[in-house]
Write a protein that binds this ligand. Structure first.
Ligand code: SAM
Ligand code: SF4
Length: 341
């Protein structure tokens, strides 16, 4: 008896600088229930709806990336939990967790929907979630996000913790806005066994060119925190670009993501896909490959696989947020909500 033909196993994806690419961040929608001023602003223009991929199309693309060697998938947005049918998509993709081909499906969320969805997410195999939270003060929360939903987010965090999901809090450092809260945020997180990661603002979509004054280098924050806490460098690595410290007094961890002051491109292992099927091989570059066209014009995956592998082979050496690496430098035009960070 002949055995069924097995799919040939991909050797994984490596770019021209020898970096293994095994992490996909998928923006499932560019829409959001918040309007964080550094991310979207009030006058954001959303991507045209006919271009937004269906749940089936997103599943087909993600599964192809898994075939090609992606082992970690992060769903983001916009706000991933406001995408209609998101639990159906996660449920379908969880077959790759069961088969062992995907190590992890995780999310970055603003937390607004967690009170309703955390238990379902835990049941689908989501064990870790990043929640974005820039302040512990309700009035500031409204100023930053444009929405009075602080209590809702707090309830979401507590529900997710009760559901057994490990949470990490991401805080964007904003000079003159939340720079007096890092001690409180650290205490809040570590009391709940959550890591805290502080992120430098990145000038995307032209938004922060209007408010350059909010940029705060993370070295300054680390020095400020070191006056009250003992920060011990930690070898911990979360698969992302943060460098971590253990806080001796709490036993918890604090991470710093500082793309503007510390370049971490040499160890970059990830690519990003927008909800319209545009593949960005670097967050801080404009280079993009349209996968929607081969996705929609052919049921055969050959062309798509070639497009993915070609794009990864040409992944740029590093981002272009700060000082230009080349003479043809143009700032990053898209908003963070297109790729989800
Ligand atoms: N809506 C979800 C959330 O807020 O977590 C996921 C998408 S959001 C674009 C992903 C992350 O990007 C959030 O932690 C957000 O704070 C961060 N972010 C957005 N714009 C940024 C910017 N200009 N600089 C640095 N981080 C930014
Ligand atoms: Fe929405 Fe997240 Fe952007 Fe805030 S950071 S506007 S929550 S996508």
């Amino acid at each position: 008896m002949t055995s069924p033909r097995k799919k040939p196993r991909s050797q994984g994806m490596t770019d021209s600088f020898g970096r293994k690419i095994d992490y996909l961040r998928l923006s499932v929608t560019d829409r959001c229930d918040f309007r964080c001023f550094y991310c979207m602003g009030e006058n954001v223009t959303f991507l045209p709806k006919p271009e937004v991929l269906s749940l089936e199309e997103l599943d087909r693309l993600c599964s192809l990336f898994v075939d090609q060697g992606v082992r970690k998938l992060r769903l983001t947005g916009g706000e991933p939990l406001v995408r209609r049918g998101i639990l159906t998509l996660i449920s379908s993709l969880s077959r790759h967790l069961e088969s062992g081909r995907l190590r992890e499906i995780t999310l970055t969320t603003n937390g607004s929907q967690l009170a309703q969805m955390a238990t379902a997410l835990a049941n689908l195999g989501v064990v870790r979630i990043n929640v974005s939270l820039d302040t512990l003060r309700a009035d500031r929360f409204t100023q930053i996000t444009g929405k009075p939903r602080f209590a809702q987010v707090m309830e979401g965090i507590e529900t997710a913790l009760k559901a057994g999901i490990r949470l990490k809090v991401n805080t964007v450092a904003l000079k003159g806005v939340n720079d007096d809260e890092f001690d409180d945020l650290l205490r809040f997180c570590h009391e709940r066994q959550m890591d805290l990661t502080i992120i430098e603002t990145m000038p995307m979509g032209g938004l922060l060119y209007d408010r350059p004054g909010v940029y705060l280098p993370l070295d300054t924050i680390r020095e400020q925190l070191a006056e009250s806490w003992s920060l011990i460098p930690s070898p911990h690595h979360s698969g992302g670009p943060a460098s971590y410290f253990t806080v001796a007094e709490t036993g918890g961890r604090i991470g710093f993501i500082a793309p503007m002051t510390h370049n971490f491109c040499d160890s970059c292992n990830r690519v990003r896909l927008s909800c319209t099927g545009i593949l960005y091989t670097c967050l801080g570059r404009n280079d993009a490959t349209n996968l929607r066209i081969p996705l929609r014009t052919s049921q055969n995956n050959r062309q798509l696989i070639k497009a993915i592998r070609d794009a990864i082979a040409h992944k740029p050496q590093g981002h272009d947020f700060g000082i230009s690496r080349d003479a043809n430098h143009t700032p990053v035009e898209r908003h963070m909500s297109v790729t989800g960070g």
